[in-house]
Design a protein around this ligand. Structure first.
Ligand SMILES: [Ca+2]
Length: 347
């Protein structure tokens, strides 16, 4: 009888587990909380709907060395050192450091060694294969199956597209946090008046990627601005003690101590949530292209219902512009409060 009930409970837990695991590659300019990439990875790691094949790092918020160091540590904190990390591009394809870049948000050009992440440097090491090669190999091994979630500058994705001519046609879907669309509400930029940070750091990579033919869903600033993480939601988030909520307390919590009335936007977290539950966002179909002229509109994304002169090669894609904020934040809180995985490692 005991044996039978053990089998029964196994079957029941299998039934509660979603039938389809979405295989994803998580491409990120990662930094520890309170930065959005780390909270997006927490959400992905704690969501059984997703099967994370690998984390690929890229220069963006900080250097690729820091992105890698922080991502390795985050995986250890979350009990998921089994997920491989691949080091990606350390610089954009074309964009070079400028006085404006140095004076503005972001350290993508930095050659400083990464600071010690929360709790010390990870013992886990990155893989030898480059991010672009891993992305190509993974997609070619499972054509039409893999979703790429790209929440940093698109340098690795553009490199993958250029490296293997058949790559683009074999990606199931690419969900990108990037861009800002003036034709929709809340479409101003956040690094220059009209450019969003990820696209502005590597405009040429965004241009190549958006024109690649990969089925794309864009999660631009328009939808990020529908989020509002305030202290009330933060307190609910950390009401249950887990390794992830402890990390949020010690990082995001400190920010709320200094600025109790601050309201944070959530960016990358929305891109991840929309893969888990597409009904959280509202999308519209637009042609979206990126300006690569080195003038006042460098890195600006432009979206339109029809193609326009200069955008003849632009591709139609789904563009997120609205968010069911309460349902999204409640899902986020539920996921980070779940017990973290305990995966046995070789050592
Ligand atoms: Ca990011």
């Amino acid at each position: 009888m005991r044996k039978r009930s053990a089998i029964l409970s196994l079957l029941l837990s299998a039934a509660a587990w979603p039938q389809e695991h979405i295989p994803v590659i998580f491409d990120t300019d990662f930094v520890m909380p309170p930065w959005d990439d780390s909270m997006a990875l927490m959400l992905a790691l704690q969501s059984p709907e997703l099967e994370i094949l690998g984390v690929t790092t890229v220069a963006g918020n900080e250097s690729v060395e820091r992105a890698t160091s922080d991502a390795l540590r985050m995986l250890e904190i979350a009990g998921r050192a089994d997920i491989p990390v691949y080091v990606g591009a350390d610089m954009p394809l074309v964009h070079e450091k400028s006085d404006f870049a140095v004076a503005s948000y972001g350290n993508w050009y930095s050659d400083e060694p990464p600071p010690e992440p929360h709790g010390g440097f990870a013992t886990k090491q990155a893989e030898d294969e480059t991010a672009a090669s891993f992305i190509v190999d993974a997609v070619l091994a499972r054509p039409g199956e893999i979703t790429i979630i790209a929440i940093g500058p698109l340098t690795n994705i553009a490199q993958a597209i250029r490296q293997e001519p058949t790559f683009a046609s074999r990606v199931r879907r690419l969900v990108i946090m990037g861009g800002a669309v003036a034709a929709l509400p809340n479409g101003a930029g956040n690094i220059t008046p009209n450019a969003e940070f990820n696209f502005w750091v590597d405009p040429e990579a965004a241009y190549v990627t958006l024109r690649s033919g990969i089925p794309i869903e864009l999660s631009p600033l328009n939808v990020s601005r529908k989020s509002s993480l305030d202290r009330g939601w933060y307190r609910k988030m950390v009401a249950v003690e887990t390794p992830l909520t402890s990390l949020l307390k010690e990082t995001l919590g400190k920010r709320f101590e200094v600025e109790p009335d601050r309201v944070w936007f959530m960016y990358d977290q929305i891109a991840v949530a929309s893969v888990i539950d597409p009904s959280l966002v509202t999308t519209t179909e637009l042609f979206v292209d990126v300006n690569i002229d080195h003038g006042i509109s460098y890195g600006v994304s432009v979206g339109g219902r029809e193609r326009w002169p200069g955008a003849e090669g632009a591709q139609r894609m789904q563009v997120q512009y609205d968010l069911d904020w309460p349902r999204f934040i409640e899902m986020f809180i539920d996921r980070v409060q779940r017990p973290v995985a305990v995966i046995a490692t070789a050592d």
